[in-house]
Design a protein around this ligand. Structure first.
Ligand code: MOS
Length: 745
């Protein structure tokens, strides 16, 4: 019994259609948040704290206020009235206010980079110059920014809905009784997302129907939730708030919650009664907008000599902020990846004087899979079993934690298909056995996985008499091709050319959408579209004359075919139905409701293969080639889908080899808060990337058979790279990033 009946998607779905916003993007006409041409606009620049912990005793803004172009300085003395709301991560993202520390409103400092004041001026440069002249006097308190110095004596209340401790059997005892044991720590440094488009917000207060009305242009992955959040903060009805974002220039999780700069723009607009823009600078991003938490984790696996896993322990701790809690669920994957009779997952957290960490592309899976998939490779080495064969021997029949069957689980198929195309079996299996000149060559493999999520979503579908079809939804275009792929989906369901369908998104005037996170947009919007199509059919049938081919037949007997409705009795063109009913268009609403408890454990799976070359004298690790094979249900668009998989793998290279947020713990400040010193991959770092997938619709998980692809492809990369470096050099590197000094002899 499947959850959903399958759709007969034989038309535009899957076709490599060019993304509809491609031309706007490459010609520079796409309007990103900071680019809205708004008249009479002022600029806001934050004054961040230079200390990590303490109290502001005095703010001297007299010099700044005298500077040319400066309108005012916002401090706790004049900040407009607002209501404190809990940070979004504590309220299940119903609100999106990331930090409970409000900008220019606090005297207590809990992290360096916290916005203690802000300058509003007629130009960005005037505001920036004046911000440097705002003098803060502090009383400092002791701080902790080093995860190794912090007390991890607290357990998160829950991890993505699951408890922080999960036990099956007696994992410690079983580990001791195992014939072979690998037991290691896999520490991870923190990361920052660094999208190319800086975080930004433009706020404007006006009056509508004698009530205050707030318009905010904001770089956001979650407009509908942002609307609710602004309403709560300013004590107004959500109907008095409009949030707009038409394009996002990279987010990766960092724009999922509302960070303090957006509230600064609102405060400034309120105080000046003019539109105000706040763009976060690259260096302010490091204290202003969240990061991937550093993690201390251990994975221990006990197995028999035949490779059967007996016991797995995955424990450790991550950091969160002093006042705000975000719990990175890094142990979560281990409860569903492999079969074991004994399991112990135990996560704790510590609090650091940092901005709150947040989700960053496949939070949970990316750090967790690095440890687990490295450990599996280490076990394979110990046992002298091929790592793919080892995974085969430990494939679970069902989800060992929930006891539910998987909606689909094609992990082994991905590993086998990927291995064949990559030429996995052509390698010499012994570590340190392949070289070319100074380069040691190695291949590595790791599994990939990501859960299936949806968020409640509404769409409006409008069919026009001239054949045009439109989707309206307050979802977001975060760079993945949502408008293109969803138009293809609806075109396929209606059996019309994709060119006739368009999609409008990125505006809270449209029907309520969910957060574009958790790889959830495709199935959430698509599920609502499927519902809308059912309603559209009934609605159009209702328009048909009583003596027509559509009368006296059941809805299930009618289907869309080439712009007509076809029943066993005949067919009627949608165009004719509308014109006979004297209608220019018909609109219906569709909805995907909050996901209920399912009979299935829903996840996507994949396999990641990499080949590296290592120069041990120079400490160089070069990517030579990569292959990803994924099973994520139906792929709506081959071209944009492939791009997403490639994007995730490239971000994985950054995670594996380059990205690291460094701190000076004496000062409690980040030292590499710029793109010169925070390294992300550039074109020259990227090898040939081969992407393939097993396109099997999963209607046990998803109403449209598609499970989402935004995050899975990063999840296996770091372990695959570390495993390849081990194969090349014989050296096991258990911390990221794998920098030159770690591979140098
Ligand atoms: Mo993604 S890190 O769930 O926005």
């Amino acid at each position: 019994m499947t959850n959903y009946t399958s759709l007969d998607l034989q038309g535009p779905v899957g076709k490599p259609l060019v993304r509809v916003s491609g031309r706007e993007k490459v010609t520079g006409t796409a309007t990103f948040t900071a680019e809205w041409p708004i008249e009479n606009m002022l600029h806001v620049v934050a004054v961040p704290s230079t200390i990590p912990h303490g109290t502001v005793r005095e703010i001297d803004s007299s010099d700044a206020e005298k500077m040319s172009g400066v309108r005012l300085v916002i401090t706790p003395e004049n900040v407009p009235k607002f209501t404190r709301v809990q940070s979004g991560s504590e309220t299940n993202f119903a609100t999106t206010v990331a930090s409970s520390l409000f900008p220019a409103a606090e005297k207590e400092v809990f992290h360096a980079g916290q916005y203690m004041a802000a300058v509003v001026a007629e130009s960005f440069t005037a505001a920036r110059d004046a911000a440097l002249q705002v003098k803060l006097k502090y009383e400092t308190k002791p701080h902790v920014t080093d995860i190794d110095q912090a007390q991890a004596d607290e357990r998160p209340e829950k991890l993505m809905g699951a408890p922080a401790v999960i036990t099956i059997g007696d994992a410690e005892q079983a580990l001791q009784e195992s014939e072979v044991v690998v037991d290691h720590e896999y520490p991870l440094i923190g990361n920052h997302h660094n999208p190319i488009e800086m975080h930004a917000a433009i706020a404007h207060w006006t009056t509508q129907n004698n009530k205050p009305f707030l318009t905010v242009y904001e770089t956001s992955q979650s407009l509908s939730a942002a609307q609710t959040s602004y309403a709560k903060v300013f004590g107004i009805d959500p109907k008095q708030v409009r949030v707009i974002c038409k394009y996002v220039g990279g987010a990766f999780g960092s724009k999922g919650l509302m960070w303090p700069h957006a509230l600064l723009a609102c405060f400034a607009a309120k105080l000046t009664d003019q539109p105000c823009k706040c763009v976060v600078t690259r260096s302010q991003l490091y204290g202003g907008t969240g990061h991937r938490t550093p993690i201390r984790q251990r994975v221990a696996i006990g197995a028999n000599k035949d490779g059967k896993i007996h016991s797995i322990i995955h424990d450790g701790y991550a950091s969160t902020a002093i006042k705000d809690t975000y719990s990175e669920a890094f142990t979560m994957v281990t409860r569903m990846m492999y079969h074991t009779d004994h399991l112990r997952l135990d996560q704790k957290q510590c609090r650091l004087n940092s901005q709150m960490p947040t989700f960053m592309r496949a939070p949970a899976e990316t750090p967790g899979m690095f440890a687990l998939e490295s450990a599996i490779d280490e076990l394979a080495q110990e046992l002298k079993i091929d790592p793919i064969e080892l995974r085969r021997r430990n494939e679970p029949e069902k989800d060992i934690h929930s006891g539910k069957p998987f909606s689909s689980r094609l992990l082994l198929q991905c590993l086998d298909a990927g291995a064949k195309r990559f030429g996995w079996n052509d390698r010499d299996r012994a570590p340190r056995s392949q070289s070319e000149g100074n380069w040691l060559i190695g291949q590595g493999v790791a599994a990939a996985t990501y859960p299936y999520f949806t968020f409640p979503t509404k769409v409006r579908v409008t069919v026009h008499a001239d054949g045009r079809v439109r989707i309206d939804c307050c979802s977001q275009e975060i760079g993945t091709g949502t408008r293109t792929a969803q138009s293809q989906l609806l075109a396929d369901m209606l059996d019309v050319p994709a060119s006739r369908v368009s999609m409008e998104l990125g505006d809270t005037l449209l029907p309520k959408g969910g957060i574009s996170g958790g790889s959830a947009t495709t199935a959430s919007v698509g599920g609502a579209i499927r519902d809308a199509v059912e309603k559209l059919k009934s609605r159009l049938m209702g328009l048909a004359p009583s003596d027509s081919a559509l009368s006296g037949v059941k809805v299930e007997e009618v289907r869309f075919e080439n712009g007509t409705l076809v029943s066993p009795k005949g067919s009627i063109a949608i165009e004719d139905l509308l014109s006979d009913a004297m209608k220019e268009s018909v609109s219906v609403m569709g909805e995907l409701k909050a996901s209920k408890d399912s009979a299935f454990s829903k996840h996507s799976f994949g396999a990641t293969f990499v080949e590296v070359a290592v120069d041990e004298e120079l400490g160089l690790v070069r990517m030579r080639r990569m292959l990803g094979c994924y099973s994520c249900g139906t792929i709506l668009n081959k071209k944009t889908g492939r791009s997403q998989f490639i994007g995730g793998m490239i971000m994985g290279i950054g995670h594996a080899l380059q990205e690291a947020t460094h701190w000076d713990h004496r000062l409690g400040r980040i030292t590499n808060d710029n793109l010169a010193e925070y390294h992300i991959p550039v074109n020259a770092d990227i090898p040939e990337i081969d992407i393939m997938w097993i396109d099997t619709a999963d209607y046990d998980a998803s109403p449209i058979g598609a499970k989402g692809i935004g995050e899975i492809s990063i999840t296996g990369v770091a372990a695959a790279v570390a495993n390849a470096v081990h194969h090349a050099t014989g050296k096991r590197i258990r911390s990221l990033p794998i920098t030159p000094e770690k591979v140098m002899v």
